[in-house]
Design a protein around this ligand. Structure first.
Ligand SMILES: [Zn+2]
Length: 249
């Protein structure tokens, strides 16, 4: 795939100092992680809404822990795809580049993205539900695969993801909002942009007068406001788009 930037977009990209990319499930899709399912087996039948809640963890911590151990294992077998890798390159193109993601699979971090804001947390970490101590999820699972390990404070470790009914981490959301409202180019990738805060961040960038670029096979509620829209899977379109952005710098 080859991407030719319209002249207006090319100018904005050429002069941009602050750029934000915002990614959703569509980016993980080509790594085989578009849904919670994929590895086969009993756990596939579990609905996220039943497991990814504080209530479920209180009622049956072992069951929720085992489900996340399964998801962690599935995720660690997946590899970052060309879209993840291309987004890493943008950090070297602009003086300020921030990647905001809704994905919890940790693939952006594994691909090498550093200026990364994980709005919904990450499955690569666990933290104590009492004192907040943070640790590596893989190590926590290895130590205690059947039930959440007990912290030295007496609390229980849980995956560091945002569950249904929980609020997004305030500091992360604040920083994402700040970046969105001060960026000059905003790139939305693989997200349907229908739920907040996704919709809110695009709105902020739009209000700030940013050049808006969207990569998504399906149209989104914001498609009409885009300066450039690429109706293609992220794995194809993002590397081509990043090539084009690099060329005009
Ligand atoms: Zn603790």
């Amino acid at each position: 795939m080859d991407v030719v930037l319209p002249e207006e977009v090319r100018e904005r990209v050429r002069e941009a100092r602050r750029v934000v990319a915002f990614s959703g499930a569509g980016v993980s899709k080509e790594s085989g992680l578009d849904t919670f399912r994929g590895a086969g087996g009993l756990w596939e039948q579990m609905r996220p809404e039943e497991m990814a809640t504080p209530q479920a963890f209180r009622a049956d911590p072992a069951k929720v822990w085992q489900w996340y151990a399964w998801r962690w294992k599935t995720g660690s077998g997946a590899q970052p795809n060309p879209a993840h890798r291309a987004l890493v390159r943008l950090e070297a193109v602009f003086p300020s580049f921030t990647l905001v993601t809704q994905n919890v699979d940790g693939l952006h971090a594994r691909a090498g993205s550093r200026n990364l804001l994980e709005l919904h947390g990450t499955i690569l970490r666990a933290h104590c539900n009492r004192c907040g101590r943070s640790r590596d999820m893989g190590e926590a699972i290895a130590e205690s695969p059947e039930e959440p390990p007990v912290c030295s404070c007496g609390g229980r470790f849980r995956p560091s993801v945002v569950w249904f009914g929980e609020t997004l981490p305030e500091e992360v959301l604040f920083r994402a909002s700040q970046e969105a409202s001060s960026c000059e180019v905003f790139l939305s990738v693989g997200t349907s942009s229908t739920v907040y805060p996704a919709a809110g961040l695009i709105e902020l960038a739009h209000q700030a007068g940013a050049c808006l670029i969207e990569v998504n096979p399906e149209p989104t509620p914001f498609s009409g406001r885009m300066d450039l829209r690429l109706a293609a899977p992220a794995g194809e379109a993002v590397p081509a788009l990043v090539d084009a952005m690099e060329r005009c710098r």
